[in-house]
Ligand binder design. Structure first.
Ligand SMILES: [Zn+2]
Length: 296
């Protein structure tokens, strides 16, 4: 069992001193605090053309915690930047890494606001800022963004181009190939499989159990998996949400190289989730939190 966590291998007093905290374990770089984010601001725009880099903006389920945004993931390759799930409070984290006009496409797994609310400030920054970039391609299940796009409807009408994400589709988005799966949630949810530079990452969005999760994740270099609870989902939500235990089983069955657990319930410590996933998954394992980066 190999478990990586933000405090892995670091002297406990480093955070008290406010020093940059960076831990490199294998190919997974774990980092956090404001100083390190500032350093990364320069490095993020010079991602090697053959590297796919994922940066976690936030990984909190449901609502943002004091120090943790909701779901938000920046994926970069060949100078092309895809923002996946601009959830609550992800916009400030994004702007610490890139300018609003540098985002080339947005993918939204489903229409719950913890996955798409900060699309509004992103579009505002593009529409009202000086750069005035072209309309932003936004991909989401049909109707998923109706509510958030009604905010500032007229003002932002020209700032985006909306594309429906239908199940079982294949799309080219910049240097990436995107495949989608319909997965069970309270609202239509698209599982996303993004491939580029010979690397593949799979993302579940929010989902209940589904046999197709193994297809979504098969042989991926990274599986980013919703794991709201460590071992058991409350009965009423069991068809629509997942556990770290289930994510570990999926990762093992699909043969993925790394598993990043995300969407933990606010205030939930990472340890029980890591332990639950490690019951069946023996590869690289971590919990998504602000500043965690993965280079594929
Ligand atoms: Zn959610």
């Amino acid at each position: 069992m190999r478990v990586f966590r933000p405090d892995h291998g670091l002297p406990p007093f480093s955070s008290v001193l406010g020093l940059p905290l960076i831990a490199t374990v294998g190919k997974v770089v774990v980092s956090w605090n404001g100083t390190e984010v500032a350093l990364r601001r320069q490095s993020t725009r010079s991602v090697s053309s053959r590297v796919v880099k994922l940066t976690v903006l936030g990984g909190c389920g449901a609502w943002p915690a004091a120090d943790q945004a909701c779901s938000g993931y920046l994926v970069e390759q060949e100078g092309f930047s895809v923002l996946i799930d601009p959830g609550y409070a992800t916009m400030p984290r994004l702007l610490a890494l890139a300018r609003a006009e540098e985002i080339d496409a947005v993918l939204v797994s489903h229409g719950h606001p913890d996955h798409c609310a900060d699309l509004n400030p992103l579009l505002r920054a593009r529409a009202l800022g000086e750069a005035r970039p072209p309309a932003l391609p936004v991909y989401a299940p049909p109707g998923a963004l109706d509510a958030v796009l009604r905010l500032d409807e007229r003002m932002l009408a020209d700032s985006f181009v909306l594309h429906d994400l239908a199940p079982s589709r294949e799309l080219e988005i910049g240097p990436f190939r995107l495949n989608t799966w319909a997965l069970p949630h309270h609202v239509p949810n698209a599982g996303l499989r993004l491939s580029g530079a010979g690397k593949t990452m799979a993302y579940t969005g929010d989902t209940g159990p589904a046999g197709t999760l193994v297809d979504l994740a098969r042989d991926a270099d990274l599986l980013l998996a919703e794991a709201t609870y460590p071992e058991e989902v409350p009965e009423e939500d069991a068809p629509y949400l997942s556990t770290a235990l289930q994510a570990g089983r999926t990762a093992a069955a699909a043969g993925v190289a790394r598993l990043l657990l995300t969407h933990l319930w606010p205030g939930t410590p990472p340890e029980p989730a890591l332990a639950a996933a490690a019951q069946s998954y023996s590869g690289d394992l971590a919990v998504a939190s602000r500043g965690v980066t993965v280079r594929l």
